[in-house]
Design a protein. Structure first.
Length: 521
């Protein structure tokens, strides 16, 4: 009985361990003169031939997106800024952290900003932040640190806890940046053995990177970003950082030959892509981001990304191409898409099929609008489970396993304007999460993205949803949905939503019973 009391009291004390908001939080800014670094000098000649423009490279394949980040980290000379919603401690997370430590060892200032919603053990972040060249901050942290205390905090502090930093960017020397839909985790880079996510990023070089750095600085210096040291009062022991370093080294390069393979692959990518301005599309663009003040209020000033999308929708005249893993247009979005179709704009949407979604609640909310969209003339495709990308010619292009779900957040307007970012077309991105995106004015890049997206629209990779009207004079006046596609090269037409199993279909049907289900997301 005495031991049970001890355990209960220990659990209670652990749950009551709170953050310390009084920990010093010095303000810092991005690098003022990026041209003085090796990365800054890398594209100086190309920029001289494209005054005022920035260079862009579409990152479609997960392995290339990972190698691009690794090459940036290894080439950084002075600063590295990373801002992510999810930073999983898997293969990718361990490898990136190991590279960040090596960058810090050679004198690079590293700033790592993570949303607290998906963080697990605080200790590795606190230990990492003990490096003299590394700062780690946690955005909108849970006050009580025990994992089991998170649900109670949602119940008692929902308005704050439900608002999350969904941004995903990495910036090197204020000269190179990657932003898009990918978090840090194995499934985002196509190396998970359990299932992977279809996604896009864009590599940016040149003046536009300064806008991404301004966005990062705004969040980094926000009162919502607390140093990792505020998460615990326990000091870091002298050997903890050395032990973290050894552990990461063993995980990443523990197998003989791994270091040599990595160095060769990184050098190949750096030489053939990163150091070659010919691989970039030079164009004008802008970076749009929500204000961190969205944590307390939703207003035109804090929802800049959603307002910018509305402006682009209104300006669209010919075609709107959307690939969005989570797509819930809502009544206002439905009306806007209906208006576009009435004005002669062809709207094409690709979102997740029931069989492929990792969020059945989102799917249940989306399918409430499906028939209305089809009646308006919107073309809808649903991404299949277990579809595979075609291999490329380089090692960093080769998909390592099947893709099983859609996570992309991209759009193409009128074959001329490209949108890539973290914004899902749903109410959560509009009202609760902060988001970031790049809008690029380039027919060339638009054509590249269109080719990739339209490949996902094919019968091999997605089902086209068709609204079948009842025959004239039929006693049954109900409209029916059909899913048209192929499986193993055989054309199919299904009368029911493709589902992985009966439980998946049951959950979607169950969630659909609740009115206003999208308000729960």
């Amino acid at each position: 009985m005495r031991w049970m009391v001890y355990i209960a009291l220990s659990s209670l004390l652990l749950g009551c361990r709170t953050i310390n908001p009084s920990v010093a939080r010095p303000e810092s800014r991005s690098l003022a003169s990026p041209g003085t670094t090796s990365l800054g000098r890398l594209y100086a000649d190309a920029q001289a031939h494209h005054p005022g423009q920035s260079g862009f490279r579409l990152l479609e394949y997960g392995p290339e997106a990972l190698m691009a980040r690794a090459a940036m980290v290894d080439r950084a000379g002075q600063t590295l800024d990373l801002q992510y919603y999810i930073y999983d401690p898997g293969k990718v997370g361990h490898a990136l952290t190991q590279r960040l430590l090596e960058a810090a060892d050679r004198g690079v200032r590293v700033r790592l900003l993570l949303d607290d919603n998906n963080q697990g053990d605080d200790r590795p972040l606190i230990v990492l932040a003990s490096h003299p060249n590394i700062e780690v901050r946690v955005f909108n942290p849970f006050r009580y640190r025990a994992r089991w205390m998170r649900i109670p905090q949602y119940l008692t502090d929902l308005n704050r806890i439900n608002r999350r930093m969904h941004n995903k960017i990495i910036v090197a020397d204020n000269q190179l940046a990657i932003l898009g839909g990918r978090n840090i985790g194995d499934s985002y880079f196509d190396i998970s053995e359990e299932g992977n996510l279809r996604d896009f990023d864009v590599l940016i070089a040149g003046p536009l990177v300064r806008q991404a750095s301004v966005a990062f600085d705004e969040f980094w210096n926000s009162p919502w970003a607390l140093p990792a040291q505020a998460l615990s009062s326990k000091p870091v022991a002298p050997d903890e950082l050395a032990e973290l370093r050894r552990s990461l080294q063993d995980r990443v390069f523990g197998v003989p030959g791994n270091r040599e393979k990595y160095d060769a692959l990184r050098d190949e990518y750096t030489r053939e892509v990163l150091e070659n301005p010919n691989h970039l599309v030079w164009a004008n663009g802008e970076v749009i981001w929500d204000s961190p003040d969205k944590m307390t209020k939703t207003s035109p000033e804090t929802t800049r990304v959603a307002r910018r999308i509305e402006q682009e929708f209104d300006a669209c005249q010919q075609e709107l191409l959307i690939e969005s893993g989570y797509f819930i247009p809502g009544r206002e979005g439905l009306k806007q898409l209906e208006t576009l179709e009435e004005e002669g704009v062809q709207v094409k949407v690709l979102t997740s099929a029931l069989e492929a979604t990792d969020q059945p609640l989102v799917y249940s909310a989306y399918r409430r609008y499906r028939k209305d969209l089809l009646r308006a003339g919107v073309e809808i495709h649903e991404y299949k489970m277990q579809t595979r990308l075609s291999p490329g010619t380089k090692r960093w292009f080769v998909p390592r396993s099947a893709l099983s779900s859609l996570h992309a957040k991209v759009m193409v307007f009128d074959h001329r304007r490209v949108w890539i970012g973290s914004f899902n077309l749903d109410a959560r991105s509009v009202w609760y999460n902060t988001e970031i995106a790049a809008l690029i004015y380039s027919p060339e890049l638009a054509a590249q993205l269109e080719r990739n997206v339209l490949d996902d629209f094919t019968a091999e990779r997605s089902w086209q949803v068709v609204l079948e009207l009842p025959p004239a004079g039929s006693a049954d006046a109900r409209e029916r949905l059909k899913w048209v596609g192929e499986r193993h090269g055989v054309a199919l037409e299904l009368d029911r939503e493709p589902a992985h199993n009966w439980w998946q279909r049951f959950r979607a049907d169950f969630y659909s019973l609740f009115p206003g289900v999208e308000k729960l997301l």
